[in-house]
Design a protein around this ligand. Structure first.
Ligand code: NOJ
Length: 732
């Protein structure tokens, strides 16, 4: 936006603020839930009197238009409403869950998906989505891990920026653009014990180095709005947390959009035990820096009394309202109110985008004896088994309010089509739902016995992840493990495709299958995407955006942990089985490990197989020393040593060996998808500057600190191909 436009907007805001009554200002700070497809007299009156500024969950076009017409033509100042909705991973055409999208390690794909979702939502009259959720998630028990980009601040930051740019487009006033909202500010992903809404305790250093980074990336990408978290952070609920909302967001980051609470989270300040009354809750939230209250009436009922009592100043109110008016102006809502919404994107192009996103989200975790890809020409019969094989609704995942399950193509449908009439496809659901406990698997076993290959579609149905859908036990639910084992006993080669909203603990089934493909909840086009990968039309290229624990007791487990003063080494780990009775306590290795489980994850961050294989060699750092103002280039050769053309996600990791606060053992600093044909080799180079190495140290200021660095390039966070350099302060 040009300086002139900005200045004109600010003048317009000042002039409006001068003309607005206090009631109208408080109205702008209030968001109400819609009446679901009708304009009640009460709501019409509120809009007409200017005492509501935003409506959520109204997706009926004519109703929105009627309300907007009242706002712009019948209210005193004609300020348009802003209509918001949770458009999380697609609107009508559902894309893979965000965690699956993160597994693509492809920001272009994520951006394109968000562009599609924005255009479909805008065609329905929406102007604002409550996405992306950029909470760092290190706990797969937490149901909202599905909505996250996983455990890594760098990957999540890249994806956050891509999604924001996708939703808002190059021009936020365009009819197919909607405002993005990063949430939940901040720390929500650290909810204790993986239980939603739970307390979080995050030291400031960890908050800044890990949890806040994707939010900052969203600000840099131009995000227009923020949503606060339901949780409390170090004792202060986020909705009234002045450190977050004012010190960090406004003063340090210079954010000039607006902040909305989460659903009724202002009044919930009293439930947290921060305040005694709704009036005090309104006071705490508004003075901490919260601009708009979602679905509650604490602002509406109490702000004017607080102003009259002199506890809240008109200047404070004006600042909050100005933030809201600025976003409305930047979205061009007054002009949009005069024109009909854009038309929805073509279904064929929507399907193509959803399919590409699903293909790239698939992660191959196991492939013994190259059982995959399937050779269609060699197959006579295929058994398709499991509750997720032919359920167009369950493959969509959480948060699909407006998704159209009729647009889903299931794996069974895609396999039948892809295999053609010459192959006998026997489908047995096996279990009614993924949670069902009782079933006999005779029919499934018979089908598997008669087939060349058994394709098992298991996992978690949609309802098992998402908001307030947490699990303490993250094994495959119901009797699915028994189903997998029963099929294994038939001796038929078995491929398991797992659809789930979180990393599951797969220790129970890992050895029971020949191949394992992780599909998350892949969205509407999950079926064709999975079929293409099973048939080898596409080689899998997804990599895990989050570590997969062996057992839930390892959680939180993440690759970028600290070293500790007593890190485990292969020699120091003692297994419970090997301990002699009455062994002296000190024979236990005295390092950081478990007696009863391997301390490493089952699958590490960044892991994912391909139908080809890749070799990395010759890591090179352009110089042994780097000045603070300079840079180094880290490069390595990656070659396709396998049989097919494939994409590899090349990853760059760094370790800062010594810091004023302790540093992670590895940190992702860059990645690139590289396409290689068999035998082809490429040199992949990454440039590192001091800014890439900067972190918040003991003084909570962001800076790179001189010293020794290790760097790795490889296809997973466990890569061992290492180089090094020294960062030094220039001699003056
Ligand atoms: C509560 C959720 O926490 C938030 O993410 C969502 O956007 C709002 N409800 C609105 O539905």
């Amino acid at each position: 936006m040009s300086r002139e436009t900005n200045e004109a907007t600010e003048r317009q805001i000042r002039s409006l603020l001068q003309r607005m009554t206090l009631a109208e200002k408080i109205g702008q700070m209030t968001q109400l839930n819609g009446d679901e497809g009708r304009v009640s007299d009460a709501l019409a009156d509120r809009v007409r009197s200017g005492t509501v500024g935003s409506i959520l969950n109204e997706v009926d076009g004519p109703t929105q238009q009627a309300l907007q017409r009242i706002a712009t033509e019948e209210s005193r100042l004609g300020i348009p409403l802003i209509f918001g909705r949770d458009v999380i991973h697609g609107f009508r055409t559902i894309l893979p869950i965000p965690l699956g999208q993160a597994a693509s390690w492809n920001p272009q794909t994520v951006r394109e998906g968000a562009r599609l979702a924005a255009a479909e939502a805008a065609a329905s009259g929406l102007q604002w989505t409550f996405a992306p959720m950029v909470d760092i998630a290190r706990d797969p028990r937490w149901g909202r891990v599905a909505e996250s980009f996983g455990e890594d601040p760098h990957l999540a930051s890249v994806m956050a920026a891509a999604m924001v740019k996708g939703f808002q487009g190059p021009d936020p006033t365009a009819p197919d653009a909607i405002a993005a909202c990063v949430k939940h500010f901040a720390g929500y992903g650290a909810s204790e014990s993986g239980k939603d809404y739970n307390t979080t305790n995050i030291p400031e250093n960890e908050l800044r180095n890990v949890y806040l980074r994707p939010f900052k990336a969203a600000v840099d990408a131009g995000v227009m709005t923020f949503m606060t978290s339901f949780s409390d952070l170090d004792g202060v609920p986020a909705t009234a947390n002045a450190f977050l909302l004012t010190t960090v967001l406004r003063k340090e980051w210079g954010f000039d959009g607006f902040v909305v609470s989460d659903w009724d989270s202002v009044r919930q300040l009293a439930v947290h035990g921060m305040t005694e009354t709704d009036r005090e809750s309104a006071f705490e939230a508004v003075t901490a820096g919260l601009d708009m209250e979602m679905a509650g009436d604490a602002y509406l009922s109490h702000l004017s009394a607080l102003v009259e009592a002199g506890r809240v100043t008109v200047a404070q109110i004006d600042e909050r309202v100005g933030n809201i008016l600025r976003v409305k102006a930047r979205l061009g809502l007054s002009d949009r109110a005069r024109t009909p919404p854009c038309s929805p994107p073509e279904p064929a192009s929507a399907r193509a985008i959803a399919k590409r996103a699903a293909v790239e989200s698939l992660v191959l975790l196991r492939n013994d004896h190259r059982v995959l890809p399937l050779d269609r020409a060699a197959l006579d019969s295929v058994a398709v088994i499991g509750p997720m094989a032919d359920d167009g609704y369950e493959q969509l995942g959480t948060w699909i309010f407006d998704g159209d399950p009729a647009r889903s193509v299931t794996p069974l449908a895609a396999l039948v089509e892809g295999l053609g009439p010459g192959v006998d496809v026997r489908y047995v659901r096996g279990l009614e739902t993924t949670r069902s406990r009782t079933a006999t698997f005779d029919e499934a076993a018979t089908a598997a016995e008669a087939a060349d290959v058994a394709l098992l579609f298991v996992g978690e149905e949609s309802i098992l992840s998402g908001e307030a859908h947490c699990r303490a036990d993250i094994d495959l639910p119901g009797a699915q493990v028994e189903l997998v084992r029963r099929i294994r006993r038939t001796g038929t080669p078995t491929v398991a495709v797992i659809m789930a909203g979180r990393p599951l603990t797969l220790t129970n089934v890992f050895d029971e299958v020949d191949a394992l493909l992780y599909a998350w909840h892949p969205g509407a086009m999950g079926g064709p995407a999975i079929a293409d990968v099973l048939f080898g039309i596409e080689s899998p290229s997804g990599k895990l955006p989050i570590s997969f624990p062996r057992v839930a007791g390892q959680i939180p487990i993440y690759y970028n942990h600290k070293n500790t003063g007593r890190p485990a080494s292969p020699g120091s780990v003692v297994s419970i089985e090997s301990i002699e009775s009455r062994a002296p306590q000190t024979s236990f290795g005295m390092t950081s490990f478990y007696l009863d489980v391997d301390p490493t994850p089952l699958f590490p961050f960044g892991y994912g197989l391909s139908y080809s294989s890749f070799e990395y060699a010759d890591i090179e750092v352009s110089a042994p020393q780097m000045d603070m103002a300079g840079s180094v280039t880290v490069s390595a050769s990656v070659s396709n040593s396998g049989p097919v053309a494939a994409v590899e996600v090349v990853q760059l990791y760094v370790r800062d060996l010594v810091g004023s606060t302790t540093r992670p053992v590895k940190e992702l600093k860059g990645f690139r998808r590289v396409e290689l044909s068999p035998g082809q080799s490429k040199r992949v180079a990454f440039v590192l500057t001091a800014d890439d190495l900067a972190f918040y140290g003991r003084n909570q200021r962001r800076a790179a600190e001189p010293g020794e660095f290790h760097v790795w390039i490889g296809g997973c966070s466990t890569t061992e191909l290492r180089g090094e350099f020294r960062l030094r302060v220039e001699d003056r």
